[in-house]
Design a protein around this ligand. Structure first.
Ligand code: FES
Ligand code: FES
Length: 150
């Protein structure tokens, strides 16, 4: 079945089953491989994108639930004011270790700052608690969010 979805400002027509997760449409149909697969069960945050500006786990978002929502992925987040600040802070503080979780981390962090420009430490921890990092970069992530919020 054909679905028209809007990703990073461009409308794409994709021909997939309605229960296909958005993650696989992004990666396998549209070739946007910046969004990662981790658990497939909304438990790790690696697949985080924005749906209408809200951080969402694309591994559990069936394509037939997306409708006309605006989807933003890691490929375009740097073009937003908050996303640009987040990515600069990530580089300045050398947050990344292996990198696998980091596109999801950046998407959650940028959604946080877009809705709450000056979060407290506990608000940062709450917003980021669903994004798992096996390399343990949590302290640098929190510092980078605080730098981006300044
Ligand atoms: S792959 Fe979606 S939350 Fe883990
Ligand atoms: S940087 Fe390696 S999993 Fe987070």
């Amino acid at each position: 079945m054909a679905f028209a979805i809007k990703v990073n400002g461009t409308t794409h027509s994709v021909d997939v089953d309605g229960d296909t997760p958005l993650l696989w449409v992004l990666r396998d149909v549209l070739g946007m491989t910046g969004t990662k697969f981790g658990c497939g069960k909304a438990l790790c945050g690696a697949c985080t994108v924005h749906i209408d500006g809200v951080a969402a786990r694309s591994c559990v978002a069936p394509i037939d639930s997306v409708g006309t929502s605006e989807i933003t992925t890691i490929e375009a987040i740097g073009a937003t004011p908050v996303g640009g600040k987040i990515q600069k802070a990530w580089l300045d503080l050398e947050v990344v270790q292996c990198g696998y979780c980091q596109s999801g981390q950046i998407m959650s962090a940028s959604a946080l700052l877009a809705s709450n420009p000056h979060p407290t430490d506990s608000e940062i921890d709450d917003a980021m608690s669903g994004n798992i990092c096996r390399c343990g970069t949590y302290l640098r992530i929190r510092e980078a969010i605080k730098q981006a919020a300044q």
